[in-house]
Design a protein around this ligand. Structure first.
Ligand code: SF4
Ligand code: SF4
Length: 391
């Protein structure tokens, strides 16, 4: 297997580009934004919600400060991301059970739009919406009291984040990705060390298939048959043989791609080798000005960045071209890891070595601002449920 990537345990790199005073100053804009985002939790009468909101505010701001102070991105991002992955299902499942008494939903209620919109359905909606102005996902267009996450709101949020951040959505916003990143970080060493690069093509095949099938059937095919995350969100009531089969597929994909393979490989295997939304988001990396590049003058071809990339978005050939692959989700792991500081943050149209730290900061403001707005509220929500259970 000549092209296979060998996976081993990472080693740390250095970097502390800002003094404490400058780091505080650079954190002030994020503090103001976070105050705005978390202030609504203080208006809720519940003490648990207030405490959770304050804790989430401090947590997010502390991580941002540490990113600025240390010059390292992924080390702190992944603490947020895994926390998001843990608290999302706790908050979501608790809400479902208190609303409906169960994680399952009847087909009638689903078709009536009584289900929150999920961004994973966006690629499937495009062809039917463009051709016939039909939404194949049965969510409500506008927010309602029982369903604040409407289709319009989620699509607008996705569009803004995508245009600015590209595929960074997958490392700063996707709570599903946080679940598998958590499992991938548990083992100290990868047991499965060789993964053939051809597996990276599978998400594109899944994407093409579900988009065409959704256009042919006007059904959100991925949601009905292939979503591994039904296991931790909501699923159709089991009434028929078809429902039984669907549930077996959901549970198998979750166990295989989100739990077992990340434990064996230390990679985000669902994101890297299956997720059609991730493949679709890769295209948005062509739109954004922020990117990660390799400075060939500094690079020694040591391969450390390839070993640390959790979705295999960098390989020997791309390093030699000074680029990462289209699937890069801008997590910053390769930049943090590079012992020669050859992997750098970059803004398209500027000289490669002009100011990597300025490029990183200009990326971090919208990326972390998005994380606070989208993930911060989920963390506060999940934490409030935990506090409520603890009494
Ligand atoms: S190439 Fe670098 S920044 Fe991109 S996903 Fe891989 S480790 Fe993260
Ligand atoms: S970019 Fe850095 S980590 Fe990657 S191969 Fe070059 S020197 Fe090694």
């Amino acid at each position: 297997m000549a092209n296979a990537v060998v996976l081993t345990r990472p080693a740390p790199s250095e970097g502390a580009p800002h003094s404490v005073g400058m780091s505080i100053l650079l954190t002030v804009p994020m503090a103001l934004w976070s105050l705005l985002m978390f202030s609504r939790t203080l208006r809720v009468p519940s003490v648990a919600v207030k405490v959770a909101g304050i804790a989430a505010f401090v947590f997010m701001l502390a991580l941002f400060f540490l990113m600025v102070r240390t010059g390292r991105t992924n080390q702190w991002r992944r603490i947020f991301f895994v926390t998001l992955g843990v608290l999302f299902p706790i908050g979501f499942i608790t809400d479902l059970i208190s609303l409906r008494g169960s994680m399952s939903i009847s087909l009638e209620r689903m078709m009536a739009g009584d289900t929150p919109f999920c961004f994973l359905a966006i690629p499937m909606m495009l062809i039917p919406a463009a051709l016939t102005r039909t939404l194949v996902f049965p969510g409500s267009i506008l927010p309602t009291e029982s369903n604040p996450h409407s289709v319009a709101m989620m699509v607008a949020l996705w569009l803004c984040a995508t245009l600015v951040l590209g595929k960074a959505w997958c490392s700063f916003g996707c709570f599903f990705g946080g679940i598998e990143e958590g499992f991938a970080l548990i083992p100290k060493r990868a047991r499965l060390r060789k993964i053939h690069p051809r597996w990276r093509l599978v998400p594109w095949a899944v994407l093409g298939s579900v988009m065409l099938l959704a256009a042919a059937t006007f059904e959100p095919v991925y949601c009905s048959w292939l979503c591994p995350f039904k296991a931790v969100t909501e699923f159709a009531e089991i009434r028929t043989v078809q429902n039984v089969l669907q549930t077996i597929v959901f549970a198998s994909l979750f166990v295989g791609l989100v739990v077992v393979l990340p434990l064996l490989t230390r990679k985000r295997t669902q994101c890297a080798f299956f997720c059609p939304f991730g493949a679709f988001q890769s295209l948005s990396n062509k739109l954004t000005v922020f990117e990660v590049r390799i400075d060939r003058d500094e690079c020694t071809d040591c391969g450390a960045c390839q070993r640390d990339c959790s979705i295999m978005a960098i390989d020997k050939a791309s390093v030699q071209k000074g680029k990462v692959l289209l699937s890069c989700m801008k997590c910053g792991a390769c930049v943090d890891r590079c012992p020669k500081k050859a992997a750098v943050w970059h803004i398209r149209g500027t000289p490669l070595r002009a100011s990597p730290e300025i490029a990183r900061m200009l990326f971090l403001y919208p990326a972390w601002g998005f994380a606070v707005m989208f993930g911060g509220s989920i963390i506060a929500g999940g934490l409030s449920k935990v506090l409520f259970f603890l009494g």
